[in-house]
Design a binder for this molecule. Structure first.
Ligand code: UGA
Length: 482
């Protein structure tokens, strides 16, 4: 099939490369000249497993890049809109990019086309896109608008696309539903997985993706409701973790106990510093706005966001508790990305926590396996954050180590070396990456989420050293003030 994908961000780039992988001719459209030039030269602008391989495999053959939307529309049967829908101040999704793409498509329609929303958009966007297109001169009989939300996760986006739990096709006419089903044919009939060059996925053996046909409105709601439900699961376990801390229970045991109930499931029940990224925080607010505008009170969404926000504050209180005072402390931060497997810092809990610690007067040395380049931009050249070249360099001489992203590499660090490099043997783990028993054996003081603190045999000595250092700091500040 001939497919255009408008917007070469996370969703568009992955969808475009994967549709080419399924055998379609794909034109990726973007209005950013620099990005287009980089893509044409073979660069991959995001850190995403298997994406460089797919771009390499199909670039210049079944995958091309262009800035000419009208040309791409004329060339294609299916046009996927995958441009950004960032949040406005009131939490509503800003649909101005979608609107301008819809206008552009309308002017170029010369034959029957299916326009497909792939970006996450509020319910009714479908009818709204249709209206914009009609107002801009697109003949009603020459197009349909469908909703085909994307459920990919950053870091595993390619495998999520090619081995989906489900494909949702929200289409109000059979004609457009059939074209969309045809685009995903190699996944739903299982032929893609028989290909020896197929990208490996989480399943072995025969597989057929499951396609769910719904109305366009239902498909729009499915996306918001899925993200809100997953965010709620995370906030739920984080709230349970707080209760565990209060009563001396272990949230990992509780998680095992509840997650093994097949109705609940184990996934998305890892406690931590809260969810981040470009999707959950934004989609939760947008979903809340949609509900409100339509007269529905959905307080569960408010509470989900509130617990998430509070989780960062709780973490800072934990660091304070472990270190006695924060002012003047030198902290090693392991992990900056909003989760492992990505270099994305958008709404990363680590970034928010670091900014709060800087305000408290801490000095930070940070390391992340993928996000160092983006972090240097985020914090700017004059910031008090220093960047290390590796985890051990970050730990050297720090008063404590904070773990803020669940990178597996960190879990494999040598605990004896951590202890030897730190000034005080203190680790505050916002992702429960380490086993408390191993930390205890290594002589580390270990504070994690929803599990009892591990304070070693020398806890009194460490506390008095911390108190002494804090009063020295106080004296220095008093002298400076005088
Ligand atoms: C999320 C959804 O998982 C995708 O299905 C969806 O397509 C995507 O948003 C989107 O709307 O585009 P993503 O933002 O890539 O994907 O990240 P997740 O893997 O869902 O993680 C989100 C956040 O939750 C991260 O900060 C992660 O560390 C945190 N998390 C996740 C937890 O704190 N605990 C968990 O158990 C799982």
């Amino acid at each position: 099939m001939r497919i255009a994908v408008v917007g070469s961000g996370y969703v568009g780039l992955v969808a475009g490369a994967c549709f080419a992988e399924l055998g379609h001719d794909v034109l990726l459209v973007d209005n950013d000249e620099h990005k287009l030039a980089a893509l044409k030269l073979g660069e991959c602008p995001i850190h995403e497993k298997f994406l460089p391989e797919l771009l390499e495999r199909h670039r210049g053959k079944r995958l091309d890049f262009t800035g000419d939307l009208a040309d791409a529309v004329r060339h294609s049967q299916l046009i996927f809109i995958a441009v950004g829908t960032p949040p406005k101040d009131d939490g509503d999704a800003d649909l101005s990019y979608v609107e301008s793409v819809a206008q552009g498509i309308a002017g170029a329609i010369d034959d029957y086309k299916v326009v497909v929303e792939k970006s996450t958009v509020p319910v009714y966007t479908n009818s709204w896109v249709r209206k914009i297109m009609l107002l801009n001169g697109a003949p009603a009989e020459l197009f349909d608008v469908a909703s085909n939300p994307e459920f990919l996760r950053e870091g595993t986006a390619v495998a999520d696309f090619l081995y989906p739990d489900r494909i949702v096709v929200g289409a109000d006419t059979d004609r457009c539903a059939q074209l969309l089903a045809q685009a995903y044919g190699p996944l739903t009939d299982g032929s893609y997985y028989k290909n020896p060059d197929a990208i490996p996925g989480p399943v072995t053996g025969p597989f057929q993706a499951h396609l769910i046909r719904t109305s366009a409105k239902s498909a729009e709601l499915i996306k918001h409701a899925s993200n809100a439900f997953l965010a709620m699961k995370i906030s739920f376990i984080n709230a349970v973790a707080s209760v565990c801390e209060a009563v001396g229970a272990d949230v990992e045991q509780v998680r095992e106990g509840i997650g093994t109930d097949s109705r609940i499931g184990r996934r998305f029940l890892s406690p931590g510093v809260g969810y981040g990224g470009s999707c959950f925080p934004k989609d939760l607010l947008a979903f809340r706005s949609v509900a409100r505008e339509n007269g529905c009170h959905f307080g569960l969404l408010d509470e989900t966001a509130r617990v998430n926000e509070e989780q960062r504050n709780r973490f800072i209180r934990k660091v304070r508790k472990a270190l006695w005072t924060l002012k003047g402390k030198k902290l090693a931060v392991l992990g900056l990305a909003f989760k492992n497997g990505t270099d994305d810092l958008r709404e990363s809990p680590a970034v928010g926590i670091i900014k709060s610690l800087l305000k408290e007067g801490c000095a930070i040395t940070a390391y992340d396996p993928a996000a160092m380049g983006r972090a240097a931009e985020e914090f700017g050249p004059n910031s008090a954050v220093r960047f290390a070249h590796g985890p051990y360099e970050a730990l050297q001489g720090a008063d404590a180590c904070l773990v803020l992203t669940e990178w597996e590499d960190f879990a494999a660090l040598d605990l004896a070396r951590i202890k030897q490099l730190l000034r005080y043997p203190i680790v505050v783990d916002g992702r429960n990456l380490f086993k408390p028993a191993a930390m205890e054996e290594a002589g580390l003081h270990y504070y994690s989420i929803g599990r009892p603190d591990v304070v070693g045999a020398h806890s009194a000595t460490v506390t008095s050293a911390l108190k002494e250092a804090a009063s020295k700091n106080e004296a220095i500040s008093r002298n400076e003030a005088a």
